[in-house]
Design a protein around this ligand. Structure first.
Ligand SMILES: Cc1cc2nc3c(=O)[nH]c(=O)nc-3n(C[C@H](O)[C@H](O)[C@H](O)COP(=O)(O)O)c2cc1C
Length: 175
């Protein structure tokens, strides 16, 4: 059976390295793993508990995709030692609908230096009752060394880390 994964980048930047990593994952994932990138975080309204989720099509779209997925991949930059605003905003929208509950999640980090956001995301996902898959939550040595899709595609180390990450996520989702 095909495993379905939703992948979310915490960066809206056109040349985002986090998004680039997710794109590479979609290119090399095996036939039994379908990875879809959700790229609409920029459309989310600022979270306000007074707003109704049912009136926000983009919020419902992400919620439905997470619920229907076997696992979620999140790749987010660190901004000022925190999670990016767009990512935190989207996650705040998902708190009430419980779409992340028991969902296997891999938290990918493109920078060995960026430890604060990774720790914060781990805490946020844990309190939202997601299953943070530690063995799939890998740091990829990209920032400072890889700047193009071509260089990313040529890196055997990145390919290896992606394969390990997908295998670990698949194992966690099968339990
Ligand atoms: C506003 C801003 C704040 C940043 N703060 C940090 C930081 O606290 N720690 C860090 O390691 N990198 C920091 N960076 C560097 C980003 O992690 C780096 O630019 C990364 O490539 C952004 O991800 P993206 O390529 O997916 O957009 C910051 C970048 C920006 C634009």
């Amino acid at each position: 059976m095909t495993m379905k994964i939703i992948a979310i980048s915490g960066s809206l930047r056109k040349l985002s390295l986090n998004t680039l990593l997710l794109q590479r994952i979609t290119q090399i994932s095996p036939p039994d793993i379908e990875v879809e990138i959700f790229s609409r975080l920029g459309e989310f309204p600022l979270f306000n508990p007074d707003l109704s989720e049912s009136e926000q099509a983009v919020v419902l779209a992400l919620k439905t995709k997470i619920i229907n997925a076997d696992a979620v991949i999140i790749a987010s930059p660190e901004y000022a030692h925190g999670v990016t605003g767009v990512m935190k905003n989207a996650l705040d929208w998902m708190v009430g609908n419980e779409s992340f509950v028991y969902k296997p999640v891999a938290l990918l980090n493109i920078s060995p230096r960026a430890t604060h956001a990774q720790a914060a995301l781990t805490e946020i996902m844990t309190v939202m009752s997601a299953h943070v898959v530690a063995k799939a939550s890998l740091t990829f040595p990209i920032l400072g060394s890889i700047t193009s899709p071509q260089a990313l595609a040529q890196s055997d180390e990145i390919t290896h880390l992606i394969n390990v990450m997908l295998q670990e996520l698949q194992q966690a989702a099968a339990v």
